[in-house]
Structure formats: C-alpha cells, structure tokens
Design a protein around this ligand. Structure first.
Ligand code: NAI
Ligand code: MG
Length: 358
C-alpha cells in the first residue's frame, strides 16, 4: 500500500524548505521500501489568494480528505494579505474541519545546537508537548455589549467538553505510558480560573485512574513557564488546553535553540481525517528568497509523519540522520540561524546523503 501525501508548500520559506523535506522522505522511503506518493497543491498560499480572492478552492475539503496526510510548509505574506485572513483561511480551517484535536510538538535539545539556557547539553531536554487543538479558550463564543458607552463590555467564553478534554488527556497519558519515565505534567490555573480549570484537573484525576503507571504532576501555568526555562529536565510529557498549550509549545522549542528546527503534528488520532505535519516556524518574509532557511523543521516534520503511520525504524533513522549532521557542527553546512555559513541546500542535502548512506 502507498501513503498518499498532499504537499502544500504555501508561502515564503515554506516553498524553499519543502523540496528538502520531500527528498529526505524519499531517501528514507527507498531505504525501507515504503511507498510514498506525493501530490503538490498551490492553494493555501497568498499567491493563490491574489489570483482567486480566497486562500482555498471551494472543493478543498473533498480534495484533501482523500489523502492520508498533509505535508505543509508555511503560510503568510503579511505585506500582501493580512495574517488573520491567510491563517484562518487555510491552516486553521484544516485543523478544525479535519478535527486535528492534538497538536504535538517534541521539545528536544539536539547536538550542535547552541542552547539559550545555561549549562544544558543534549539529553537534558527531551519532552513532548500535547496541546488541545480544537476547543477551550479559542471558542469564538462571546461578544461586545453596551458598545460605545461607559459600560462597554466584552465577553469570550471558554468551552471545555468532556469528550474534548478526555480525548486529549487520553492521548497524553497514553504517550506518557509508552515512554521510559512515564511522567505526565498537566498545565492548569485552577486557582484563578475557577470553573473550567478545576474541571480540567478533575478530568486529569479521573483519567489517571486508567493509567496507574503514569506519575502525574500539575502546575499552574505561571510557575510552569518558569520551570520550562529553569528546569526543563523534569518534563517528559506536558499536556495543556488550547491557550496554555499554544504558549508552552512556542516557549519549549525556543528553550532548545532555533525555532528553525522545530516540527509539529496536527493530529487526528482516529484517522477519520488526514493529519497535518509542518514546521513550527512561519514563512519568514525577512529571509525568504535568499536560500538560507533552515530545512530541519520541515524534514523533522516528515519524520513525525512516518512515526504517525507506524514506520518506527524509518522514523528513527531519519532522526538519527538529522542528529548526526547537526552534531558534526560543520559551519560550511549549518545554516546561519545555527551559527553556520551554509544554505538550505547544503544542510538539506547533507541530511539526505546521511540517510542514503544507511
Ligand atoms: P516566522 O517563524 O516566519 O519568523 C520568525 C523569525 O524566525 C524570523 O526572523 C525568521 O527569519 C526566523 N526563522 C523562522 N524560520 C526559520 C528557518 N527555518 N530558518 C532560519 N530562520 C528562521 O514568524 P513571523 O515572522 O512571526 O511570521 C511570518 C509570517 O509567517 C506571518 O505571515 C505569519 O502569520 C506566518 N506564520 C505562519 C505559520 C504557519 O504557517 N504555521 C506559523 C507562524 C507564522
Ligand atoms: Mg502559537
């Protein structure tokens, strides 16, 4: 059987790193005899918007639902299309309509990456962030009343459904269960947010009963952000609501060096809909067109995609190849954000060759 992958490069450096993501995936697919079938689409880009007045064609959902996964670059050309239009018109539609209720990001200090935290070395930081990706604080329910008067008031509701909370917690518990340390940290704020967050804690407690081997900690989000910076080694799997997970999942990768290497999965674990794999970074208009973008985030996102489909050996080789090239620390190969003098091409091809050498 062949995995059908929809390729959406998007804008800016998304289009520059995508070819190396595909080349590395093809190299590993060849080594492990996996059949990958790529189909490229030009929509979900601002160029498409300029031509058609919309980010997506009318039938995007019928088109994409036929694929096993979406491999996504980055979207955004803020000088041409407002960011809320480009993002809500593309990526956020995919996440909601394909019920990608898990946003999964590894947080791992790689060899050869200068860590902004003091005295940390590879191996010290290695955890996963699991963010609820479809409800919670990002509800769109609320409004403005008494507009233009002294009583002007805005209200926005947080929605937590039992189904929505339980499914993300189960995913996080099960991930923790499969890791050596079997440790789950839950982000909360049940001292200040007096209804939804105590409910979140209650669901964590209930679900923990089904995972007796998993050790559970909970921290209020404020001190949790401090711990991310001061003692990241204590974490194994961290789970949070949509807002808390969003904040943590930018902070985490930032604590491990450049965001140019960080990947993310928007996952529909039920496999009813395709999941989407992308680098954490955006389209980086400030460096777009120069050929100097770090391709590792894109390549590592491809690695997460193989992992998602159960190709564990291939995925593990791909990660080893990334680590080996970074660890070598060749400044001619590494990109500028990693302190090197290299290009997207030099780093992308080095990783491709490393995979082929297997
Ligand atoms: P950004 O991630 O594009 O760039 C932030 C900074 O990091 C820039 O200085 C950039 O040069 C650098 N950077 C990012 N990726 C890099 C890489 N691979 N190699 C080397 N340096 C890298 O975030 P920013 O500037 O806030 O947003 C730019 C555009 O991207 C906006 O239109 C925004 O809406 C969009 N965006 C899209 C995302 C997505 O498609 N998932 C995520 C974040 C932003
Ligand atoms: Mg974010």
């Amino acid at each position: 059987t062949s995995l059908k992958i929809a390729v959406i490069p998007g804008d800016g450096i998304g289009t520059e790193v995508m070819p190396y993501g595909i080349r590395c995936l093809q190299a590993v697919a060849q080594a492990f005899n996996i059949s990958l079938n790529f189909t490229a689409f030009n929509f979900a880009s601002c160029e498409y918007y300029q031509k058609h007045g919309d980010m997506l064609p009318m039938d995007w959902k019928e088109t994409l639902v036929k694929f096993d996964a979406i491999y996504f670059g980055a979207v955004g050309m803020p000088d041409v299309v407002p960011d809320n239009v480009s993002l809500w018109g593309s990526l956020l539609k995919f996440r909601r309509e394909f019920d990608q209720y898990i946003n999964l990001r590894p947080c791992r200090l790689m060899p050869g990456v200068r860590c902004p935290l003091i005295d940390r070395k590879p191996g010290d930081i290695d955890f996963w962030i699991v963010r609820e990706n479809t409800e919670g604080e990002y509800s769109n329910i609320g409004g403005k009343i008494f507009e233009g008067t002294d009583r002007e008031t805005v209200i926005q509701e947080t929605v937590m459904t039992k189904t929505g909370v339980d499914r993300v917690l189960r995913y996080a518990f099960s991930l923790a269960q499969h890791r050596p340390r079997k440790h789950l940290t839950s982000a909360t704020k049940s001292n200040g947010i007096s209804i939804t967050m105590p409910y979140w804690d209650e669901r964590v407690h209930d679900i923990s009963l089904s995972y007796p081997e998993v050790r559970v900690d909970k921290y209020h989000i404020d001190i949790l952000t401090a711990h991310f910076v001061q003692k990241p080694d204590i974490f194994d799997v961290v789970v949070g609501s949509n807002l808390f997970g969003d904040i943590l999942s930018d902070l985490g990768p930032a604590c491990t060096g450049t965001i140019g290497i960080a990947p993310s999965g928007n996952i529909n674990p039920d496999r009813t809909f395709p999941s989407l794999f992308e680098p954490v970074h955006g389209s980086a208009p400030d460096i777009a067109g120069k050929g100097i973008a770090n391709p590792v985030g894109m390549i590592w996102a491809g690695q997460m995609m193989l992992q998602h489909f159960g190709y564990f050996d291939a995925a593990s080789l791909m990660l080893q190849a990334i680590e080996a090239v970074l660890a070598r620390g060749d400044t001619e190969v590494l990109t500028i954000d990693m302190g090197g003098k290299g290009t997207t091409q030099s780093l992308g091809e080095a990783i491709e060759k490393e995979i082929q050498a297997f």
